[in-house]
Design a protein around this ligand. Structure first.
Ligand SMILES: Nc1ncnc2c1ncn2[C@@H]1O[C@H](COP(=O)(O)OP(=O)(O)OP(=O)(O)O)[C@@H](O)[C@H]1O
Ligand SMILES: [Mg+2]
Length: 274
């Protein structure tokens, strides 16, 4: 068999050369969202969002309650169907794909509420999550020990000493780390984390910031977070959502100094005080 391309299948360069399509522009994102709209029963939750996240980025997504942050993640993961607009991941459109298909493409998420199995051990929770990617035949074989991806996830989240304890005994922070470990054991390219440090102690927040930084070395990560102090320490690029639209995007210092961002956050504080 010849390794050469047959004449009817031109090489990528030849095919892309005549016109510069959107995908051929410099630095296409791993995730590209364009003109996204989500309308629930006449209420517009996402209103024309464009978002590009490049491979290897640790992107923070912030915005007041109801800004549409979780809805955006719900759309990316196939839980919510967009009213219009496109979501592309690694060049492929996600339109019409089911949640499990999107997981298999390499997108993993956590939820605002925890989903670990309390009676299973920390290790078993990670192993179960990882088994999602294994061929069925290997699941039917009884395995000795743990696979590399499970051991590595356990190490990354720093819960090796608690590997055999039931997940039910974990502190709130440890539980969040376990969920992150369950995600990375599935080998995703893109991780979407919905408020991972909510309700954590100061120490737990710090450890989570370090964990996210470490994970971002070989994954693309989008983190939803409210806490400005946390952002100052761990964020580089921040996207601010407000009333379903991107208000500002840029580095953390510029975003914080932006009067529109201050107004949105101060406005919220005033309402809370009232
Ligand atoms: N399934 C749904 N049906 C109707 N309205 C919805 C639905 N899901 C979300 N919404 C509304 O869409 C808006 C955006 O909600 P979303 O949960 O995305 O906000 P958020 O930015 O994640 O807020 P929070 O910071 O409180 O988590 C809210 O006004 C919410 O009430
Ligand atoms: Mg939310």
């Amino acid at each position: 068999m010849s390794e050469e391309n047959p004449p009817e299948a031109p090489s990528e360069e030849t095919a892309a050369a005549p016109e510069r399509t959107e995908a051929a522009k410099p630095g296409p994102g791993l995730l590209e969202i364009r003109d996204l709209m989500v309308v629930f029963d006449g209420f517009t939750a996402i209103n024309g969002v464009d978002l590009t996240v490049g491979e290897g980025e640790l992107r923070f997504l912030i915005g007041p309650n109801g800004a549409g942050k979780t809805t955006l993640i719900d759309v990316i993961t196939g839980l919510t169907k967009p009213t219009s607009g496109t979501v592309r991941f690694a060049g492929a459109s996600l339109a019409g794909r089911k949640e499990h298909q999107i997981v298999r493409l390499g997108i993993g998420r956590t939820f605002q509420t925890s989903v670990v199995f309390e009676e299973l051990s920390v290790l078993e929770n990670i192993d179960l999550a990882a088994s999602f990617r294994r061929p069925l035949a290997s699941l039917l074989r009884r395995r000795k020990g743990v696979t590399d991806e499970v051991a590595s996830a356990l190490e990354t989240i720093g819960l090796r000493d608690l590997a055999d304890r039931p997940a039910g005994i974990l502190s709130h922070g440890q539980r969040q780390w376990l969920e992150i470990g369950m995600l990375i054991a599935q080998g995703p390219k893109l991780l979407l984390l919905d408020e991972p440090v909510a309700g954590m102690s100061k120490d737990e927040r710090e450890r989570t910031g370090e964990l996210l930084t470490e994970i971002a070395r070989d994954h693309t990560v989008i983190v939803i977070e409210h806490d400005m102090e946390f952002l100052r320490r761990y964020a580089s690029t921040v996207t601010v959502l407000h009333e379903g639209s991107v208000l500002v995007e840029g580095d953390v210092a510029a975003v914080q100094a932006d009067p529109r961002v201050q107004e949105v956050y101060l406005g919220r504080k005033k309402e809370e005080a009232a």
